[in-house]
Design a protein around this ligand. Sequence first.
Ligand SMILES: NC(=O)c1ccc[n+]([C@@H]2O[C@H](COP(=O)([O-])OP(=O)(O)OC[C@H]3O[C@@H](n4cnc5c(N)ncnc54)[C@H](O)[C@@H]3O)[C@@H](O)[C@H]2O)c1
Length: 430
Amino acid sequence: MDLKQKILKRKAEIGIVGLGYVGLPLAMEFVESGFMVHGIDLNASRVECINQGISHVLDVKSEVLKKAVDSGRFKAYPTYSVVSDVDCVIICVPTPLRHTKDPDMSHIISATENIAKRIHKNMLIVLQSTTYPGTTDELLVPALKTDHLELGRDLFVAFSPERVDPGNPQYNTRNTPKIVGGVTPRCTEMAKTLYEQAIERVIPVSSTATAEMVKLLENTFRAVNIGLVNEIAIICEKLGISVWEVIQAAASKPFGFMPFYPGPGLGGHCIPIDPLYLSWKLKALNYNARFIEMASDVNTHMPEYCVQRIHRIMNTVKKCVNGSRILVLGVAYKPDITDVRESPALDIIRLLQLDGAVVDFADPYVPEVAIEGQSLKSVAATAESLKTYDLAVVVTHHSCFDYEMIQANSQLIFDTRNAYKTGAENVFKL
Ligand SMILES: NC(=O)c1ccc[n+]([C@@H]2O[C@H](COP(=O)([O-])OP(=O)(O)OC[C@H]3O[C@@H](n4cnc5c(N)ncnc54)[C@H](O)[C@@H]3O)[C@@H](O)[C@H]2O)c1
């Protein structure tokens, strides 16, 4: 049976490399669609929990994972040996930045090398990690190619960007349209066939680099628009205008305007990082991606701007930050999730500590964070505890916070998220 028939008959076995926010929900969709799925993750303790049906990803309920494991159609492994027996492999490993802000391709390289050792005829390999245009052609294809397997006939390689928005109640892996671009037209067709078994709409594009660029356009669009509105927030404050009122009124225009909202900075594994993959690639072509660099500059300085605002707010009551007690409300990078990667809250805590403040945080989703190697544990935001702080700063507007109670019991509040819609004397907004 050829690979396409195997996929259509649900006889193809699928390997998912990297069982994080992207890989685990994807694995569940393929199990749900009737496939045998093998997860591969180098984090052995994560693998052990997954095989016990304990999910570390908010979008995958432990009951769903347990059911998949118990059905015998899903198992996780801490090694790559199972790749020798699978028909399709989807790579979902991290693509962070190095300290120098250059792409860290080490996870993709290591995953590709491990797959290459186990490559066989009639195999489809799809890269799903976000990366710069050219990665699939320049890194994967040379590493995977062998003399005895012809690309597009015996071996199929494609790129398909991940667009999942963790915690989004409306759009999930299954109903978010999927882009695919293969190294050859047959590679595109094979990848499209695979995803169509688990995802409602699959859109083919002409090349792997196009598919890689689609993802970077989407996230650069967000980063640049957030950078713009963050700058507008700073401008509005200088002019004594509420940026929130301006955006609300502008959003009444039924065409040509899309509201974006300012905040304390960018967070998560995507928006702060992905555009820099693109600008890095362009540097090698002697081109300076100006919009990306400028948006990144504005966005990365937002925590510093917020701390300056806190200094000024404290001044209004003749207090200084040095020696004061400050409570950060919310450290996850967005509301109602547990992820703190790149969260601006961590920068705000660090900067306030540097200025001499005693800082605590309250986040029902995050029990503990590390700031400069020091562990900080979440405290409860109760009426009694709030009274003991000089200022509370809303960094992440989790829906479970009791904002009325917080306002009633806090001396001063700096609201970076428009959590307070009506004015109160002790609430200062970004
Ligand atoms: N999280 C999101 O919302 C999101 C959205 C769109 C795209 N992406 C992209 O998807 C990719 C994966 O992101 P994520 O959020 O799932 O990451 P993650 O950190 O949640 O999960 C990655 C997993 O890969 C494992 N891993 C690392 N190196 C490995 C290797 N060589 N072999 C096997 N396993 C390995 C890690 O142990 C981890 O469990 C990234 O490129 C990211 O930019 C993420």
